[in-house]
Design a protein around this ligand. Sequence first.
Ligand SMILES: Nc1ncnc2c1ncn2[C@@H]1O[C@H](COP(=O)(O)OP(=O)(O)OP(=O)(O)O)[C@@H](O)[C@H]1O
Ligand SMILES: Nc1nc2c(c(=O)[nH]1)N=C(CO)CN2
Length: 175
Amino acid sequence: MTSVVFSIGSNLGDRADHLRFAVRRLAQEGELLAVSGVYETPPWGDTEQPAYYNAALLVRGPQSVEQWLLTAQGIEHEAGRVRHQARRYSPRTLDVDLVAAFAEDGEPILRDTPELTLPHPHAHQRAFVLRPWLEVQPYAQLPGHGWVNDLVLAEPMATEVAMMTALPQVRLEVE
Ligand SMILES: Nc1ncnc2c1ncn2[C@@H]1O[C@H](COP(=O)(O)OP(=O)(O)OP(=O)(O)O)[C@@H](O)[C@H]1O
Ligand SMILES: Nc1nc2c(c(=O)[nH]1)N=C(CO)CN2
């Protein structure tokens, strides 16, 4: 069994609907253990694009992390995601990234291949990943970077977290 923290994001079309789609599909693929709140977040990395909706999920299942990656990419495709070769961080209907994964004994699963890096190589730089992650794993540690709670409290991350808007009226939970 593996437990995976997913970051989901959308900044094209009906953002809430795209996140709900990701939750519904991942709940079909594994056991949905926790769902964070939804945040509206300023675009990171390429600022000339609309704001994102972001959230985090914790899902468990018998899959390998490589199988989870294929599932995540399949879900992005089903949501109509188009990849733009010329633009690194282009707007997208749905992004489903593996942030971190854990074996049954709680040990982090590490990968460093061209297809899959675990933990996600940019996780420690992204408020839109770290803040929702804390809601699904309050005692999370990011291998190589320490406690996630410490990361979100330290500057400049704390300022970026303050720029995120919690949207409690947007619910993602599946029935
Ligand atoms: N932890 C990971 N989660 C998702 N994709 C990963 C991961 N590690 C490596 N990848 C690889 O990254 C490639 C690019 O993925 P994608 O197009 O979703 O990137 P992005 O979302 O635009 O940027 P970023 O990966 O920085 O969030 C994928 O082909 C995938 O194989
Ligand atoms: N706020 C925000 N910015 C981003 C996001 C995202 O999900 N949210 N995803 C990106 C590529 O993975 C690049 N930039």
